[in-house]
Write a protein that binds this ligand. Structure first.
Ligand SMILES: C[S@@+](CC[C@H](N)C(=O)[O-])C[C@H]1O[C@@H](n2cnc3c(N)ncnc32)[C@H](O)[C@@H]1O
Length: 281
């Protein structure tokens, strides 16, 4: 099996795939239904069916379809989330927002949370899985994204703690659909400036939904609207946590301060990029 791992890894690296060894282990683990550590030690030939699956996965990967979109899951925070071409694949950078939110929520009290642009549900569901007292409302304009989020809620066993709202933040009746005021709003809205979309990696622009990426002319279009609608939905003293793109933190903080929020802090990701803006009402 080690030979097989080497062979897959070599094929992937020849197709200019980053981290070919890690991906080879993940692919074999998926095919053999065993952990990545176990497949590194496995000592048997693949069956005809497994070989066929392997070839199909490698073919798609060589065409630069992201591995998580091929295998249908992506690890985020403490869990594996179902993903498809209808949702943004959760990014490690977003885990900071989850960690900060957990620190700010009260652990021994019921807490209500709204997630604007929930997508796969990775942020909201990670929070709800942390504490059975917390309840969430996941808002997304995409019904297909909400279908995936629902599946993930079942997977994490938090279905009883969540409601899904298929509306957009530009919808005039959004407030009526939401149970408010809440203790916290979290959001990772689309923030890529429209003119930058074409220069994104193939794996992002061809396989993540455009609806999850396009932030309008300056990338800040959705933040302006979220700032407008959030204040009446949040309790006095409640927090809003926003993921932002590179160089956007200060401008996003200003947009929300102008809407009446107070800046608490800006948190950087592992790459030292200001990534999460935290404000208080
Ligand atoms: C960047 S993705 C974030 C997904 C997920 N929360 C995460 O962090 O991985 C943004 C999400 O916002 C949704 N969205 C885009 N425009 C919207 C709008 N006007 N109203 C509500 N949701 C919207 C998209 O469908 C997408 O699921």
């Amino acid at each position: 099996m080690n030979q097989l791992l080497n062979k897959i890894s070599l094929t992937l690296s020849q197709s200019h795939i980053d981290s070919p060894r890690l991906e080879a282990r993940r692919i074999l683990s998926f095919i053999c239904h065993q952990s990545e550590d176990e497949v590194a030690l496995l000592d048997r030939e693949l069956s005809a069916e497994e070989t066929q699956k392997l070839n199909e996965i490698i073919r798609q990967r060589q065409a630069h379809k992201p591995l998580d979109k091929i295998l249908g899951t992506k690890g985020f925070y403490k869990y594996d989330f179902i993903v498809s071409e209808d949702v943004l694949s959760p990014r490690p950078d977003t885990e900071i927002l989850v960690e900060e939110a957990i620190r700010l929520l009260t652990s021994d009290k019921a807490q209500k949370i709204i997630d604007f642009g929930t997508g796969s549900g990775c942020i909201l569901l990670s929070l709800l899985a942390e504490n059975k007292l917390w309840q969430g409302q996941g808002v997304d304009i995409s019904p297909k994204a909400l279908d995936i989020a629902k599946q993930n809620a079942a997977l994490l066993d938090v279905e009883q703690q969540v409601r899904w709202i298929n509306k957009g933040w530009f919808d005039a009746d959004l407030g009526l659909a939401l149970d408010s005021p809440v203790d916290m709003i979290v959001s990772n809205p689309p923030y890529i400036p429209s003119q930058d979309i074409q220069s994104l990696d193939e794996e992002v622009k061809n396989y993540d939904p455009m609806l999850a990426l396009d932030g309008g002319e300056d990338g800040l279009h959705h933040y302006r609207q979220i700032a407008k609608v959030s204040s009446p939905l949040l309790k006095e003293g409640g927090y809003i946590l926003l993921e932002v793109g590179i160089y956007q933190a200060q401008e996003v903080a200003e947009i929300f301060c102008q809407a009446g929020f107070n800046l608490v802090k800006i948190v950087s990701d592992l790459g030292q990029i200001a990534r999460c803006v935290i404000l208080k009402k």
